[in-house]
Design a protein around this ligand. Structure first.
Ligand SMILES: NC(=O)c1ccc[n+]([C@@H]2O[C@H](COP(=O)([O-])OP(=O)(O)OC[C@H]3O[C@@H](n4cnc5c(N)ncnc54)[C@H](OP(=O)(O)O)[C@@H]3O)[C@@H](O)[C@H]2O)c1
Length: 280
């Protein structure tokens, strides 16, 4: 299958490139395919004639989205409608990656796909708009995931390991719960989802749950790093965008749709740690 991947230089795109064998992948970074440019979207899809478009391009810096809401809406919301229209014309499947930020984060049991949304940040609102736009493609799969990281890229794992290497004392929030999800585990599940023909809306994260502090502690334990790490509360660390206090996503529908490959978050972390060139 020929698959056009937008946001081709991001961390999930890199993991897709490694994990997806047997497909002809065309990774298009912002310089080749700027999601703010509807004409470019139309032209690239018409030229490449992909069977699927995997939309990984997004404004992912949640604090920046608060100060640039129009930009965030164009990239995370409006552009998905342009992609959906291009996919409709081409008869292609649109795979849209969405986020736990579409929920209000006030829950206390894992969010199911049918639970009401209620985003509290610009990022969450614009990604929810992206979900609505993706539904305009006759063939679509919307995958909500959370807390993505890999050995490389702009993510929490990298931030913790690099900060510890600099000998910095770390205070990390211990009152936000979610599920760290490695890009490589998600990439493998997406590959299988395509093969098994998943459609509609599905939650895909690793198994289990923790806090950011719990995640940091496990990173340091698995890496054998003696870091100065202490817990703090969200209120101690004010940020422009509100973070969901609870954003664990239920995996029940995934298990109904097909084969559930997602490991526990601790096992997925062990795989990333083993593959991190820093750790060899
Ligand atoms: N990271 C997470 O924790 C997380 C959690 C849930 C869902 N997601 C979703 O998962 C997907 C992949 O995220 P990721 O973690 O791989 O993020 P990432 O590493 O930040 O990659 C996003 C990519 O989108 C590109 N991009 C930004 N504006 C663009 C535009 N106008 N046109 C084309 N490309 C543009 C970025 O390029 P520049 O860097 O050059 O701007 C970047 O390469 C996104 O849809 C994100 O919303 C992420």
């Amino acid at each position: 299958m020929r698959v056009l991947v937008t946001g081709g230089s991001g961390q999930l795109a890199r993991a897709i490139q490694t994990a997806w064998t047997g497909h002809e992948l065309v990774l298009a970074g912002k310089s080749r395919l700027d999601l703010e440019d509807p004409e470019a979207i139309r032209a690239v899809v018409a030229e490449l004639r992909p069977q699927a478009v995997l939309n990984l391009g997004a404004c992912t810096q949640v604090d920046l989205c608060e100060s640039e809401p129009e930009l965030a809406m164009r990239v995370n919301g409006t552009a998905v409608g342009w992609l959906a229209e291009a996919c409709r014309r081409q008869g292609a499947l649109l795979v849209q990656i969405s986020t736990d930020y579409v929920f209000d984060g006030l829950g206390s049991r894992p969010y199911r796909e049918e639970d009401p949304t209620g985003p509290r940040s610009v990022y969450g609102r614009t990604k929810l708009a992206g979900e609505e736009q993706a539904r305009l493609a006759p063939e679509h799969l919307i995958v909500r995931t959370a807390w993505l990281y890999d050995a490389q890229g702009r993510n929490f794992y990298r931030t913790m390991v690099d900060a510890a290497a600099q000998g910095r004392a770390l205070r990390v929030v211990d009152d936000q719960r979610g599920t760290p999800t490695s890009c490589r585990a998600l990439a493998r599940q997406l590959h299988l989802a395509l093969a098994e023909g998943w459609r509609g809306l599905v939650h895909v994260t690793c198994g289990g749950e923790t806090t950011w502090h719990g995640f940091a502690a496990e990173i340091f334990r698995q890496r054998g790093i003696r870091a100065s790490l202490s817990p703090c509360g969200t209120a101690d660390y004010p940020r422009p965008a509100p973070r969901p206090a609870y954003s664990v996503l239920s995996g029940q529908r995934r298990a109904l749709l097909g084969t559930d490959l997602m490991p526990s978050w601790e096992a997925a972390l062990a795989e990333v740690v083993a593959a991190d060139p820093d750790n060899l």
